[in-house]
Ligand binder design. Structure first.
Ligand SMILES: C[S@@+](CC[C@H](N)C(=O)[O-])C[C@H]1O[C@@H](n2cnc3c(N)ncnc32)[C@H](O)[C@@H]1O
Length: 230
């Protein structure tokens, strides 16, 4: 079980994610070890989602591990990545650790206070300055991606509920897929109440394939007013 990955330090947590088979890519392991979660949340080494205020959570470490592992081939030095719903900034920082120094990790978050907090988290962390320089946090609605820095080698999106017309009949996230390079990859939970993570892969000719990965329960991406009023 994923919750068993909790540890007493960042090192131990990441080792537990590795021992449980959630992460195995050496670059993912090294990135997650270099980004200490203590700068991003108050109970950093517990393998569960935690509130970060404003109706938002930082996702569980095992979910961050899965996202990085599935995107690892597209998170190479020099690549560009978009993290939609970047919240605490933790995952964006891990992505930056994998694409820096020439690459760029763009996080988009619609709660202004969280966008500001994520910048503070990153700045106060012990990340190498060259990795910090590869991170750009945008405050805005990420439901249509972020065209300005597109195309991206890969993107990760925290559930875009408006993309679905019902769990049985999901609509393809076309606007987001259009911002993906050929080749490129998107990691995205889809569905209404319970969701599944889909991995879209665009090959070098632009052909897109879709693969269901696992069932999850995520808070949906939503309107700012709706989220803050909870
Ligand atoms: C499950 S949290 C994940 C946060 C982040 N990835 C982390 O692990 O710290 C989802 C995030 O998406 C943000 N969000 C929700 N709807 C959004 C939207 N329309 N545009 C941008 N961000 C949004 C929330 O404020 C929240 O911070």
């Amino acid at each position: 079980m994923a919750w068993r990955c909790s540890g007493s330090s960042n090192e131990e947590l990441i080792d537990n994610l590795k021992d449980s088979g959630i992460i195995s890519n050496e670059r993912v392991i090294s990135a997650m070890k270099s980004v200490d979660r203590k700068y991003y949340t108050s109970s950093p080494y517990i393998d569960s989602p935690q509130s970060i205020g404003y109706g938002a959570t930082i996702s569980a470490p095992h979910m961050h591990g899965y996202a990085l592992e599935y995107l690892a081939d597209y998170l190479k030095p020099g690549n560009k990545v978009l993290d939609v719903g970047s919240g605490s900034g933790y995952l964006t920082a891990c992505m930056a650790a994998m694409v820096a120094p020439e690459g760029k990790a763009v996080g988009i978050e619609h709660v202004p206070q969280l966008a500001e907090m994520s910048n503070k988290n990153i700045n106060k962390s012990n990340l190498d300055p060259s990795i910090k320089k590869s991170i750009k946090i945008i405050c805005g609605d990420g439901r249509l991606g972020y065209k300005e820095d597109s195309p991206y080698d890969c993107m990760q999106v925290f559930k875009i509920s408006f993309l679905h017309v019902g769990a049985a009949s999901p609509v393809e996230p076309k606007m987001i897929l259009d911002q993906l390079k050929s080749p490129g990859r998107l990691f995205i939970p889809v569905g209404d109440y319970s969701q599944e993570i889909l991995m879209y892969t665009k090959d070098s000719s632009g052909k897109i394939t879709k693969e269901p990965l696992m069932g999850v329960i995520y808070v949906p991406l939503t309107d700012l007013d709706q989220q803050i009023s909870k």
